[in-house]
Design a protein around this ligand. Structure first.
Ligand SMILES: CC(C)(COP(=O)(O)OP(=O)(O)OC[C@H]1O[C@@H](n2cnc3c(N)ncnc32)[C@H](O)[C@@H]1OP(=O)(O)O)[C@@H](O)C(=O)NCCC(=O)NCCS
Length: 316
């Protein structure tokens, strides 16, 4: 029996095999065939530069597999490539033999050789498992509020954004990080806006304006129960992924979120707060899954959990 070998690009037959193996865990009610089709659709939407499947293949086929995202980040003030590791899965009969660490090790070695600055993941298991491999945990916090708990005065006007707005959204997004130039956090390209809005069922991006002048954006839409976020989630939830309105009083943004929630008929508001998010009147509690973690790959790169951030928009 030879040791399974790392395959940096699974072919469609092996991707289908991976989907069949993980359907019980990540099928969210989809049949085997639907889950296989859904997995293929994710690859087609993303394109090969953003997403591929990798795995360990042994004498008797696929032993372990993972999604592998090629992302662009800002890391310590410069643009850098970052690998996203998602849906790590070892065939049930092969567990406990170190295949998952071997797969992650091979992915990390490949990324290092390509000059990547870091690897990230959102763990759904005890983060200690990945901490053993060198990943550093970021805060995993849920923030929430009832619409009536948010300020009501001086809300901004909001209207739906469209594909033509992606570059403006990216500029506002960049501006929102101006006070934390060293942070490790994603960069946004048009392809990334398009893919993650589709993957994460973010139905609405809104352009915010004040007296007819556009001042920023808000990503907030009624939660889709099929969205890949920790469960259970209450019905009628407005999921707020993020906003940016440089120079605008944060209380006015909260009032806008309240107005959007009321407009959508939402009963509750939830988000994963950024390190610089306003605290009160939002309440917070520890998250139960999707723990963001970063493994630095560049020499000298240090992860700072009080500064670095992986949000819900890019969650995978
Ligand atoms: C987690 C998983 C990928 C590990 O794969 P593996 O090839 O068996 O890797 P290992 O040989 O290191 O696994 C054994 C370890 O995994 C740990 N493990 C398995 N499931 C775990 C869980 N839900 N939470 C915490 N640790 C878990 C075991 O406790 C064991 O730890 P030990 O080394 O201290 O005894 C595998 O159990 C799996 O496919 N699980 C289902 C999919 C999943 O949950 N993936 C993780 C998504 S973040």
């Amino acid at each position: 029996m030879t040791a399974p070998r790392y395959v940096p690009l699974l072919n469609r037959a092996l991707v289908e095999e991976a989907a069949r193996q993980n359907q019980a865990l990540w099928g969210y009610g989809r049949t085997d065939a639907e889950h296989v089709a859904h997995t293929a659709a994710q690859l087609d939407h993303a394109g090969p530069e953003l997403l591929r499947y990798v795995g360990l293949v042994g004498d008797h086929g696929l032993v372990a597999a993972s999604k592998r995202y090629g992302l662009l980040f800002r890391v310590g003030g410069r643009e850098a490539r970052v690998m996203g590791i998602g849906a790590v899965f070892t065939r049930a009969s092969e567990r406990g033999k170190g295949h998952a660490p071997a797969l992650i090790g091979a992915m990390v070695a490949e990324a290092r050789d390509l000059g990547y600055a870091a690897a990230i993941l959102y763990s759904d298991i005890d983060p200690a498992y990945y901490a053993r491999l060198g990943f550093v945990a970021l805060p995993a916090v849920d923030a929430f509020a009832l619409p009536a708990e948010l300020p009501s005065a001086r809300a901004l006007a909001f209207r739906p954004a469209n594909e033509g707005d992606f570059d403006r959204l990216s500029a506002w997004y960049e501006a929102s990080w101006a006070s934390s130039p060293g942070a490790i956090r994603p960069l946004r390209s048009r392809a990334l806006w398009r893919f993650f809005a589709w993957r994460n069922r973010v139905a609405e991006a809104s352009i915010l304006s004040d007296g007819g002048r556009d001042v920023g954006y808000l990503l907030a839409s009624l939660d889709d129960p099929r969205r890949d976020l920790p469960e259970p989630r209450p019905e009628g939830l407005l999921w707020v992924d993020e906003w940016s309105a440089p120079g605008v009083d944060p209380a006015r943004v909260l009032a806008t979120i309240r107005a959007v929630a009321e407009h959508a008929g939402a009963r509750e508001i939830a988000l994963w707060p950024r390190p610089d998010s306003p605290g009160a009147p939002l309440r917070s509690s520890a998250r139960t899954a999707s723990f963001p973690m970063i493994l630095p790959l560049s020499p000298g790169l240090v992860v700072d959990p009080a500064r670095d951030y992986l949000g819900s928009f890019e969650h995978f």
